[in-house]
Write a protein of this length. Sequence first.
Length: 58
Amino acid sequence: MSAFEADDWARSKAMPSEEEISRVRRLINRSRRTWTTSRTKNVPRSKKPTPWSAAAAQ
């Protein structure tokens, strides 16, 4: 096996499959939706500043 063949072989083994990439993308999207949903549910309804809103802005 030449060095170039070894490089190609190593690269193909190191690269994730399309299925693995799709799974990670779905997980990221699901996490974003969950984070966005939980964040919008926890937004204070009043205009009055709260202790945690000042900390979050920093």
